[in-house]
Each structure stands twice: as C-alpha cells, then as structure tokens.
Design a protein around this ligand. Structure first.
Ligand code: SF4
Length: 473
C-alpha cells in the first residue's frame, strides 16, 4: 500500500473542495434530526447509484497525499504531513471526505482522518500496543483478557483509517482478512474455553468483509455451543454507511443475539445516511451501542458530547463508552487530560437522560482493562448515613439500613455516639433541611442530624416554589 504523495489516481469527479453530503453545513452547529440527503456537486457528477454502492466507496478511497490534495486543493502539504502519511496508513472514503468542510486540523473530520505533522511527536510513554493485546493472544488474532469475553480480529482493513486508532500496528498496515486456518484455531480455542460466552468481532472493521466472508466467520463462531452473544465493533455506519445494506442486515439477523457497537465521535457524523444505516440495523432487531473516543480538538467540549449523545439516542443508538484516548504512538496531539472527561461527565449528569450518558473509561495500560472514571458523588460516610452529592451540588444524607448501621456502629464504637440515634428532618425545600440551630455541615448529614443541604436558587427548587405559590390562595 502506497502512502506516498503522488499524482491522484482516483475518480476525477471527486476533485473538489465542495462537499456533497447531507451533513450539517457548520461543524459546530447543533445537528438537527437527520435531514433528507441533498446531493451536491460531486454526488451529481458521480451519480447516485455509484455513490450508494459501498464497493465503489471502498475502491475510490483517498489513499495517498496526492489524492488528498487532488480532493482538497487548498491542503497545505508540509514535509511533516508527508512523513506522517508514510508512517501510518491513510484511507478516507469519498463519503467521509464529503463531511470535511475545511482541509485543516480545525475541522473535526479532517483532524480524525487526515495525516498531520503532529503525529510525529513521540514521547516515551506512547507505544505501538499500549493495551498489550498481543500478550493476551493465546492464538493469533484472538484476544482473551476478561474471563467471559474474547475479541477476534477478523480483518486488518477499515474503510477509513482513524488517525487516533489504538490498533495502528494492525489496522491498514497490510489489508487482509482472517485466513481459514486462523479462524479454525480461534474457534478451537473458544470451544476449549466454554467460560467465553461473548465474542467480539473486530479488526480493522469486520463490516469491510464481503457479506459471505463475514457470514462464514459468524457461522463458525455461532457454531461454538458455549458462545451466547456475538458483538461487532464497527465504524462502517460512520464512514461508509452505504455498507449497511438490506442484504447485510438480513444476514446479520440470522445470528442473534448479536449486538453492534458503532463509533461516532462528533455530531457532524450524524448524517441522514448514517441515520438510515443505523435504522436498518435497529429494524433488523440488532441492539446498537456507541463507543466514542475523547479527542482534543474534535469533541473535547461538553456541549459537543451532549449534542452527539442526544443525536445518537434519536438514532436509536445508546451511548455506551466515552474512552480516554489510549497511549498509542502518534496520538499525543489528540490526548486530553483525564480531568476533561470527568468535567464532561459532570456536565451531562442531570442535564440529559441517563440513557444518553456513556460511561467514561480509561482502558488501562499493560492490559489492565477498562476502568470507569467518575466525578465524586460520595462525599462522606458514617455507620448510619452516607452523604451524597447530586448534579446541582445538593448534599443529601442517605440513611443506611438499621442492621448495617448497627454493625458499622459496632465496628466504629469509638466514634461519636450521636451517629446512631440522631433523627433527620424532612427532606425538601430550603437551603438546609432537617438541621436545627446553626447552619448544618457535612458532619450533620453524616450523623443524621440534617437530611440535606441545597444550593440556593436551583431551577428545580424554583419550580417547586412556583408550584407552591400557585397553590396558595
Ligand atoms: S475503524 Fe477502528 S480499527 Fe479502523 S482505524 Fe478506526 S479505530 Fe482503528
């Protein structure tokens, strides 16, 4: 695979700076519910039939810097960009390229898909296989980390290569599909390990396989009696939604229970085409989750993640994980401080439904697995009460069961004797509930002397006051 700058080899009709897709015109504007596709210049030149053919999309991917420049004449081709393109594979489908508004890293899609000089920054804590997946492969291509789950690499091909990819050492280096021998080895291992009940097909992107090839893999895995659930991790609905054909959906539904995890990162990706692809899968009875990677300069603002999550839920896709960017070589410019993820979680809670809130996780280096990272909601504990904080900053005293309280009180009998006997007051209204005399503090909540401390002027309390005043004569 050539990644050198060279003359454009793709379809000439794809040369333009003007995107044809139905994506929102302004990358930072809120995505409305997906609108009907509005064919642009390129789509008109290419023709709808070809544009909708996923094989045509695969054949006409941008694979070289020359092709990238041909498609985006305003692109500034520096020697650093050329080096980055030589180091890590480049592929962008015509559809995904059509979502790019500006050929520079300020554009979220361009930033995720196009090579940049910043990829050459190489601090010592980054490596090729930060999750040590290769060390957890009992047979080639099968990662067995958690007791009941295994991940099978079924191809090294993706429709578009993400510049932040964790599996850069595999994805796109040599595009190939799993061989029959490897598949047999993996299936034999699964059969020998009945504790594995959940198998994830990944890669690369499993949905870049031809439907018959993918079905061969699914049939082989489904043939292992102990496998209960099959999952597919795919970015196809994002970068090549044309791949989600009726034929594919019909084939997939034969292998239930089958779950699909998509990989949308930015609201601009929530196009009419993507919504159609997800609807086709959901209508086939396939539950859809989404894994987002938190990426600096792409989606590291709470409002962007909020719009993304709301849009996903509208498309029947449940936000599942928000990943901290892995410590993989070439991604330093994408990494955000952990605090940013916590800030985003803090922002979402109480603002959007829990259904639309993903779990923020760090996939731990050294194969440590996924570690959830949450804002701190437990403020204090005593034998009888736990003090919790809600999204508004309200502190509430949660009484433990009497038996648990007695047991913990025995274990901490040298602590303040008042803990086990204090009675809380009513839990509503005002700024300090249930306390008597002086303003209560966290100690009063932990001991049960007060039941809540509310921040003044919250929207929720204002609504209650309005309701109360409406009732009074
Ligand atoms: S689709 Fe997945 S495997 Fe492929 S480049 Fe993107 S993140 Fe990596």
């Amino acid at each position: 695979m050539s990644q050198n700058a060279g003359s454009a080899e793709g379809d000439d009709s794809l040369s333009s700076d003007e995107p044809p897709s139905s994506a929102n015109a302004d990358p930072s504007s809120p995505p409305a519910a997906p609108a009907a596709a509005t064919p642009g210049r390129i789509l008109q030149r290419v023709g709808e039939d070809r544009w909708r053919d996923w094989q045509w999309q695969m054949k006409n991917r941008i694979r070289t810097v020359g092709q990238l420049r041909h498609r985006f004449p305003a692109l500034d081709v520096s020697s650093g960009l050329l080096q980055a393109a030589r180091k890590f594979p480049l592929a962008i489908t015509p559809y995904y390229a059509s979502l790019i508004r500006r050929a520079d890293p300020s554009d979220p899609i361009f930033r995720m898909a196009a090579p940049q000089e910043a990829e050459l920054v190489d601090p010592p804590f980054l490596c090729d296989d930060p999750l040590e997946e290769d060390a957890d492969m009992p047979v080639p291509g099968l990662i067995h980390r958690y007791a009941d789950r295994a991940l099978l690499l079924v191809t090294t091909t993706c429709a578009s290569y993400c510049r932040y990819c964790t599996r850069k050492r595999v994805a796109g280096m040599h595009e190939s599909a799993i061989s029959p021998v490897r598949l047999q080895q993996a299936v034999a291992y699964l059969a020998d390990h009945p504790e594995i009940t959940d198998v994830i097909l990944s890669g690369g992107d499993a949905l870049t396989l031809a439907t018959e090839s993918l079905e061969r893999v699914l049939a082989a895995v489904r043939g292992v009696p102990s496998v209960e659930i099959i999952r597919i991790g795919t970015r196809a609905p994002v970068v090549i939604p044309q791949r989600i054909t009726d034929e594919l959906a019909a084939m997939l539904r034969r292998y239930q229970p089958l779950w699909i995890n998509t990989h949308f990162n930015h609201p601009v990706e929530l196009t009419a085409e993507a919504a159609e692809a997800c609807a086709r899968l959901a209508d086939a009875g396939i539950p859809l989750g989404n894994q987002t990677v938190l990426l600096r300069g792409v989606n590291d603002r709470p409002e962007i993640i909020e719009r993304l999550c709301r849009g996903l839920v509208r498309m029947r896709v449940r936000p599942y994980y928000l990943f901290q960017c892995d410590l993989v070589r070439g991604v330093e410019h994408f990494r955000t401080p952990l605090a940013r993820g916590i800030e985003i979680m803090e922002y979402l809670r109480g603002r959007v439904s829990g259904l639309a809130i993903p779990l923020f996780v760090v996939d731990a280096p050294h194969g440590g697995g996924k570690i959830p990272v949450l804002p701190t909601y437990v403020v204090s504990t005593s034998p009888t009460h736990t003090v919790l904080r809600n999204f508004e900053g309200m502190l509430v005293s949660y009484p433990e069961p009497a038996s648990a309280g007695a047991e913990r009180a025995r274990a901490t009998s040298d602590r303040a004797p008042g803990f086990a006997t204090a009675q809380p007051g009513p839990a509503r209204g005002g700024s300090a509930l249930g306390g008597g005399g002086a303003e209560p503090g966290v100690w009063d909540l932990a001991s049960g002397r007060a039941s809540a401390i509310c921040p003044a002027g919250s929207d929720r309390l204002r609504r209650r006051e309005l309701k109360d005043s409406a009732k009074s004569p």
